[in-house]
Write a protein that binds this ligand. Structure first.
Ligand code: G4P
Length: 289
């Protein structure tokens, strides 16, 4: 799991590097996690990329709630963004990202040709916060059919551009951006999807948040995976839930006490890797700006 500590200097550097690359690319491929597309968005992306054409890709659609993902796609369409959802582990699906970029840039490329500019490959860069699938996407394309394209005007030596299709080039390193930190709900969501370390937050708060959310939105997942149904009229519901999961998963007590940390770690990892089932942490009604 990719995890980075962000400091103001770190953010400024990332912003500068991306701004440099923007000068030589045609389109930004912005990856967000389909389970929390708003929370996993960089807060300054619009400022950074300005009017550059952009495709928003909701990754990990196989782990998200399909109905909510459709709501997100409609939301983006209504707001005039190009967006699509993919499972990056599926070849056909990540190839469609390239097709969609071609579609978005069709007019621009045709205009260039009409002005006599020779047909040239589209050049793209991938951006996103940690753990949204940037390396997976680039590596899959790169290992399939990539050639390094050597020196290019405006591209420094440390930046490699790879040709992944006859008409498509990509920076081989993604732009890694920071998530929003200032909103507690967002911080919890990105901890649950693995984009920040879970222990940045008080773990028991995160556990209660996740348990309450699942109990209200996906009770069937708690039921199927843990045979757990929260009864809020029972004032000990939280301890009982810990106790229940510990017993079910045979987590041994330490000096007679439930090992709360192990129960929480197990729960978070089963949520994050999709073992518990497909779910989404937010729908478009959460969007504030
Ligand atoms: P990053 O560069 O943006 O930080 O993310 P990275 O590609 O490292 O992906 C983070 C994790 O998410 C990886 O799992 C990767 O396999 C998984 N992943 C990316 N896209 C998808 C997707 O569309 N669906 C599913 N199910 N998983 C996806 P990992 O466990 O950290 O590594 P690995 O063992 O799978 O390689």
């Amino acid at each position: 799991m990719a995890q980075i500590q962000w400091y103001p200097g770190h953010m400024a550097k990332a912003k500068r590097e991306i701004s440099d690359k923007l000068k030589v690319i045609d389109i930004v491929i912005e990856l967000v996690d389909a389970r929390a597309p708003y929370s996993s968005k960089n807060p300054m992306l619009n400022d950074i990329i300005k009017q550059k054409p952009r495709l928003i890709v909701l990754t990990k659609k196989d782990m998200a709630d399909d109905t909510i993902t459709q709501q997100w796609l409609s939301y983006y369409k209504q707001n005039n963004y190009y967006a699509m959802s993919v499972n990056l582990k599926n070849f056909k699906e990540y190839q469609q990202i390239i097709d969609q970029c071609r579609y978005i840039l069709k007019e621009k490329m045709a205009k260039e040709q009409a002005r006599g500019i020779k047909h040239r490959p589209i050049r793209a860069m991938v951006l996103g916060i940690p753990n949204v699938g940037k390396s997976t996407f680039i590596n899959k394309l790169a290992s399939r059919k990539a050639t390094l394209t050597g020196n290019k005007p405006g591209v420094t030596k440390s930046q490699q551009i790879i040709r992944v299709a006859k008409d498509f080039e990509l920076f081989d390193t993604p732009g890694v951006l920071w998530p929003k930190f200032d909103d507690e709900r967002i911080a919890k969501n990105i901890a649950l999807i693995g984009s920040i370390k879970q222990d940045i937050l008080p773990l028991d708060d995160l556990f209660i948040y996740a348990l309450n959310y699942l109990s209200h939105h996906y009770p069937e997942l708690l039921q199927n995976r843990y045979q757990l149904m929260i009864d809020y009229s029972n004032e000990n519901w939280l301890i009982d839930a810990f106790d229940h999961i510990a017993k079910l998963r045979k987590i041994k007590p330490i000096r007679g006490e439930i090992d709360y940390d192990r129960v929480m770690q197990l729960f978070f990892s089963e949520i994050n890797n999709g073992t518990i089932g497909s779910l989404s942490w937010e729908d478009p009604s959460c969007v504030k700006d």
